[in-house]
Design a protein around this ligand. Structure first.
Ligand SMILES: NC(=O)c1ccc[n+]([C@@H]2O[C@H](COP(=O)([O-])OP(=O)(O)OC[C@H]3O[C@@H](n4cnc5c(N)ncnc54)[C@H](OP(=O)(O)O)[C@@H]3O)[C@@H](O)[C@H]2O)c1
Length: 289
């Protein structure tokens, strides 16, 4: 009997793309559900279906027809993200999908400090009530993003205090997703997916200085200073609050979660910031400091 068909969303992006590539290497029947087929990765054995977005119920239902399992990569941040996620879940159920693996966020809860973790909680709740099998992979902050949080001046500023994050590499998250997707025990599980060590942003800045040979410093901000320093970006208030609340969640200790999920399911120790920067020196090239 052929292996069950796995549908992957977000395959034009980093995490979905890495997961899809690894599933294709394993020869697993694969469907890529993308917004723009012209940008879909060309993977052996994968068929590609288009849906304009998670909010397009009928297109999502048609794109998911015949799939057994869905890897649902969360949408880019938007005001109606929860509605889009719920619609994608409803489409999966209508299409007969039996299992949803959803990439959620550490500490997802209705009162999480990180505002977008509240969206993830609402999505989890919808999946729990949908009558499908499920697994939630609660990612920590992306390790890959930390260099990009540094301004060209070498300042990494935010209201994170001396809180810690066990940031995780996107490649490790994708490997965990693949292990879960291919595990036919299909337990209803919530897995925290984190790096191997929790560090402060001051420690990250010191490490980035050492790795880049340029001066990187962490500057703690109050919430008001953080709002003021981002006021010129032209982003709507909800988005600025989302950005700032990432740091506030670190300050509150909500990202100070270290799990053994990567070691257990990906079979290697989690990537470190040093691993990432050594492999991607361009990630610190913008820093002049
Ligand atoms: N943990 C963290 O620190 C962190 C940081 C940033 C984001 N995230 C979340 O993690 C997700 C995956 O990360 P990533 O690095 O793989 O992101 P990415 O490279 O930006 O890829 C996102 C993927 O999702 C697709 N997508 C976005 N919005 C969609 C929508 N409304 N309907 C259907 N497809 C949609 C994109 O399609 P297109 O190619 O067509 O745009 C793309 O394929 C992000 O979307 C975001 O929700 C987490």
């Amino acid at each position: 009997m052929p292996a069950p068909l796995i549908a992957v969303t977000g395959a034009t992006g980093v995490v979905g793309g890495l997961a899809a590539a690894r599933l294709a290497e394993r020869g697993n029947p694969l469907r890529l559900v993308v917004r723009d087929p012209a940008r879909a990765p060309d993977l052996p054995g994968a068929d590609v279906r288009r849906a304009a977005g998670y909010g397009d119920l009928e297109a999502m239902r048609a794109a998911l027809a015949g799939a057994d399992t869905l890897l649902l990569v969360p949408a880019e941040e938007s005001l109606d993200r929860v509605h889009q996620h719920r619609t994608a879940v409803d489409a999966a159920v209508a299409a007969g999908v039996r299992r949803i693996v959803y990439i959620s966020f550490i500490g997802a809860a209705p009162d999480a400090t990180f505002t977008l973790a509240r969206d993830h909680w609402a999505t989890e709740e919808h999946i729990r009530a949908a009558g499908v099998e499920w697994t939630f992979l609660r990612m920590n902050l992306y390790l890959d993003f930390i260099p990009s949080m540094v301004l060209p001046s070498g300042v990494l500023a935010g209201p994170a205090g001396d809180g810690r994050t066990a940031a995780v590499a996107r490649s490790d998250l994708a490997e965990v997703a693949v292990a879960v997707l291919l595990d036919d025990r299909r337990e209803a599980t919530v897995l925290d997916v984190t790096g191997g060590r929790a560090f402060t942003l001051a420690e990250a800045a010191a490490e980035l200085s050492e790795l880049s040979g340029r001066s990187v410093v962490y500057r703690d901000e109050t919430l008001a200073e953080a709002r003021a320093s981002r006021a010129g970006y032209g982003a709507p208030d909800w988005q600025v609050e989302a950005w700032i609340s990432t740091y506030a969640a670190i300050a509150a200790g909500e990202l100070d979660v270290v799990s053994d999920t990567v070691a257990r399911l990906a079979g290697h120790t989690p990537s470190t910031l040093a691993d990432y920067v050594r492999a991607h020196p361009e990630s610190v090239a913008h820093v002049a400091g």
